[in-house]
Structure formats: structure tokens, C-alpha cells
Write a protein that binds this ligand. Structure first.
Ligand SMILES: Cc1cc2nc3c(=O)[nH]c(=O)nc-3n(C[C@H](O)[C@H](O)[C@H](O)COP(=O)(O)OP(=O)(O)OC[C@H]3O[C@@H](n4cnc5c(N)ncnc54)[C@H](O)[C@@H]3O)c2cc1C
Length: 432
């Protein structure tokens, strides 16, 4: 296919942004995909299995990462951020800041000799700080592009990496650069962050070692994660015999400024409850919930399977408190079981909190740059709930995935394709 003249900018390289990029690029238009971290992939790269099919997340995602990286019409601008945006639909001028990664992308072969030599070890954000990485690093094995980045804040400038790099790819003097783009349409696909569950001190996160949150669980149970997939407690490395999952933490809570349902927590917790039982069929797994929202295709069936085939126990009621037992590291969950109207105290070896989803960091700054509106919750305001779910109030700027509210992977991908369709209408007309 011959390359068409107009180009699109996509901000955010999670599944939604990647899908939008592929759909636009496959129609012959040029795509610039700006991702602020060193790799595309977003949150899907971190999760272990996907509900409701329990497919391996990395197995589905990796071919997509490669497709995006190798598409001739897509230019990946990772470790980059949008600076200024001017112009109008069909004719936007965008300045992008390319942060210095101190490794030349065109020379680095991703061999890892530099990291093997680096003496600095620091917590790996990709593993929710439960594992370690070097000061020169790729966050995860399938990182795309497969190019190392120097974390200058932690680098001690010992120069050992420079000595072992046979391709002379490392440049510790590298400076940030700017790049000016001319694009006809922009798609915002900046995804989400997790609610900070330490805002509920009564649930013990940050105080008790064996209270973790769902993304930490995803990394612990992952074969490529910090414990190589061994599901163990953090306090003593022991196998947990009883695990409690606590729902709606930082979701549906007006007092914490998150009145909305995060839409994915019920399903990801049921998934993780099933995964725990796949690891240890003799374990006891409990889910404390307000009500189960299993609205997607195959979700209700998955929920039923978790109860009937795997024996996950569901208790309806908001957890009042998590207490730690003396010297055992065990935890006691205090909950009012609203079906029996009884207050129950249930002991677990491990408690997993399900954080709600909030807008991505920096959303306000980006919305201001683009002139797009935000909802009271901080997400991108869509133009029309029925006929404009991927339109923003600014012509030529579209939104998809979790940037306008929580979504699961299939819905994020559908929105990515929808936004791509709307963008290409503009690109093919060459204007509004
Ligand atoms: C614990 C947990 C488990 C889950 N399990 C499942 C599951 O099993 N099945 C399922 O369907 N869904 C699951 N989900 C939901 C799934 O993670 C989301 O549907 C999906 O990640 C949304 O994709 P996205 O592209 O919209 O956002 P993200 O995955 O968040 O990607 C957004 C990307 O944009 C980048 N970005 C952000 N701001 C900027 C900026 N200003 N400039 C440039 N780049 C930026 C981010 O770095 C990121 O790479 C789970 C969620 C959680 C929290």
C-alpha cells in the first residue's frame, strides 16, 4: 500500500493506543505513537492471565507489540511526552519531548551485557517494586522497543556499561530532544492508574506485609515476576493456605472522590481467586464484595465456575477492618456478612486488596494542552454518551481505552479501533 500524506498522533501505547495505531497505519496513513515509559504495552503487559478465558496475557500481547514495532507506517516515540499542541483538526502542530534514554536506539541490540555489568540494583516499577532491576534496564523481557534505558537518578556513572557495550550504544551525556510533528488527528489513549489503597489505613496496606494489592498479586503469580510465579506471602515466603480478596477499594466511594464503579475489579479478582486455587487446590479463597458486576461476554459464567468448580467463597459485605495476628503475620478480616446479618471474623494468611481505577497521572496537564474537557472524576469528557463515545469536545481529537473511564481489554481495543476509524475520516479528507 502506498503511504498517504496525512499523519495521526496517538498518545499512550497501551492496548487501546496500539490498536488505534495499527488500524490507522494499515490504511496507509503515517502514525506517531508517543509513549511516556520506555516501552509500549501498558498495563496488559503487567497482568498474568486475562479474564474470562485465562489466556496468558503476554502470549496475546507480544505478537501485537511486535506488529506495532515493525509496521512501516508507525514511528514509535517511547520515553517521550507531548509538549505543545496548536492548530486545528486536519492541521495540528505538536511538539514532542524525547527524553534522553542515554542509549542510542538505532545501535542498541538489547543484548543485556550492560545490565549484567551494572552494579546498581533498585526496585523494578514493572514488578510493582517487588523485584529488582539495574540502573541500565529494560522493564520486562518483551519490552518494545528492545532498547535499554539508563535511569540517571540511580546511575552512579561508574562507566562499566560503556566498557562492555560492543556497539558503543551508550551515551551518558545524551540530552533531551524535541521533535515537531504535523498531524491531522490526535488520539488520547493514556489509560489509567491504580487508586492508592493506603488511603484506607484500616485495611492494613503498607502496614502489614501480607496485605498486598491486585497488581502486586498479578506480578507475584507471574512466572516472569519477582517470585518466578511462586504464590508466597511477602513476610516469610510461605505458601498461603487462606487468601481473602477485598473488593471496591477506591471505587464506589464518594468520600474518597471515586463514586464510580471501576468495572474491572470484580472480574480481575475472580480471575485471581481462580488462579490462586489453580496453584493450590487445597487452599481456601474468599472474596468480600459489595455486589458482583459480571456484565461482559462470558463473565457471569466465569463467576459461576469460580464458585462451583473452584469453590471460591463469596461474602457479601464491605470489609470494616484488617487486623494482624501476633507473631504469625496472619490477618483477620472483620466484615458484616449482609446475607446473614452477622459480623464475621475470618483469618487469612494473605489479603489482596482490589484497587479501583483512576485517570492517568498528568491527565489535567495534557487535557489543558489539547483543550479537551475533563469529567468531574478527571477522565476525558466525551462528546456524546450514545453517538460520540470516542469523540472529545475538540474536533480532530479522539479518545479511547481507559482514558475516558475504566474498561476491560476487549472494550479498550474496540474503542481503539473506533477512534482510528474516526481519525482516518479526517485524514482521508485532509481536514475537518
Ligand atoms: C489488576 C488488574 C488486572 C486486570 N486484568 C484484566 C483482565 O484479566 N482482562 C481484561 O480484559 N482487563 C483487565 N484489566 C484491565 C486492563 O488492564 C485495561 O483494560 C487495559 O490496560 C486498558 O488499556 P489502555 O490502553 O486503555 O490503558 P493502559 O494499559 O493504562 O495504557 C496506557 C498507556 O499510556 C501511557 N501514558 C499515560 N499517560 C501518558 C502521557 N501523558 N503521554 C504518553 N503516554 C502516556 C502509559 O504509560 C501506558 O503505557 C486489569 C486491570 C487491573 C488493574
Amino acid at each position: 500500500m502506498t503511504e498517504k500524506k496525512q499523519a495521526a498522533l496517538i498518545v499512550g501505547g497501551g492496548v487501546a493506543g496500539m490498536q488505534a495505531a495499527l488500524d490507522i497505519a494499515s490504511q496507509g496513513f503515517k502514525v506517531y505513537l508517543v509513549e511516556r515509559t520506555p516501552s509500549i504495552g501498558g498495563r496488559m503487559a503487567q497482568i498474568d492471565k486475562t479474564f474470562p478465558t485465562l489466556d496468558c496475557s503476554a502470549c496475546i500481547l507480544t505478537p501485537k507489540l511486535s506488529e506495532v514495532a515493525h509496521h512501516k507506517n508507525i514511528t514509535l516515540l517511547t520515553y517521550s511526552e507531548v509538549g505543545t499542541v496548536t492548530g486545528k483538526s486536519g492541521d495540528f502542530r505538536v511538539r514532542v519531548r524525547r527524553k534522553a534514554r542515554f542509549v542510542k536506539e538505532d545501535l542498541c541490540a538489547g543484548c543485556g551485557d550492560c545490565a549484567a555489568e551494572c552494579p546498581v540494583e533498585i526496585p523494578n516499577e514493572f514488578d510493582m517494586n517487588l523485584g529488582f532491576r539495574k540502573a541500565i534496564y529494560v522493564g520486562f523481557p518483551q519490552a518494545t522497543p528492545n532498547v535499554y534505558t539508563v535511569d540517571k537518578e540511580n546511575c552512579i556513572d561508574c562507566g562499566r556499561c560503556l566498557k562492555v557495550c560492543q556497539r558503543n550504544a551508550i551515551d551518558l551525556e545524551m540530552k533531551d530532544k524535541t521533535m515537531d510533528l504535523h498531524v491531522g488527528a490526535i488520539i488520547v489513549a493514556t489509560g489509567f492508574e491504580l487508586f492508592d489503597v493506603s488511603q484506607y489505613p484500616r485495611l492494613g496496606y503498607g502496614h502489614y506485609a501480607n496485605v498486598i494489592h491486585a497488581m502486586e498479586f498479578e506480578r507475584i503469580i507471574n512466572a516472569a515476576g519477582p517470585t518466578h510465579g511462586h504464590l508466597v506471602r511477602l513476610s516469610d515466603g510461605k505458601k498461603p493456605h487462606s487468601i481473602g480478596f477485598i473488593q471496591c477499594v477506591g471505587a464506589r466511594d464518594v468520600q474518597k472522590g471515586v463514586p464510580y464503579c471501576s468495572r474491572v475489579c470484580c472480574m480481575y479478582s475472580i480471575k485471581n481467586a481462580v488462579m490462586a486455587l489453580e496453584h493450590y487446590p487445597d487452599a481456601e479463597v474468599w472474596v468480600y464484595y459489595a455486589d458482583i458486576r459480571a456484565f461482559g461476554k462470558g463473565f457471569e459464567e466465569f463467576y459461576e465456575m469460580a464458585k462451583k468448580r473452584f469453590g471460591v467463597k463469596f461474602v457479601r459485605g464491605r470489609v470494616a477492618e484488617v487486623m494482624e495476628g501476633k507473631n504469625t503475620g496472619n490477618l483477620v478480616v472483620k466484615v458484616e456478612d449482609t446475607e446473614s446479618s452477622k459480623v464475621r471474623l475470618i483469618e487469612h494468611d494473605m489479603v489482596v486488596i482490589s484497587p479501583g481505577v483512576i485517570p492517568s497521572e498528568g491527565m489535567h496537564t495534557m487535557a489543558t494542552k489539547m483543550g479537551i474537557e475533563q469529567t468531574d472524576d478527571g477522565y476525558v469528557q466525551i462528546d456524546h454518551s450514545f453517538f460520540g463515545p470516542i469523540l472529545t469536545k475538540v474536533p480532530g481529537v479522539f479518545v479511547c481505552g481507559c482514558a475516558d473511564g475504566p474498561k476491560d481489554i476487549p472494550d479498550s481495543v474496540s474503542a481503539g479501533s473506533a477512534a482510528a476509524m474516526k481519525a482516518t475520516i479526517i485524514l482521508s479528507k485532509g481536514g475537518v
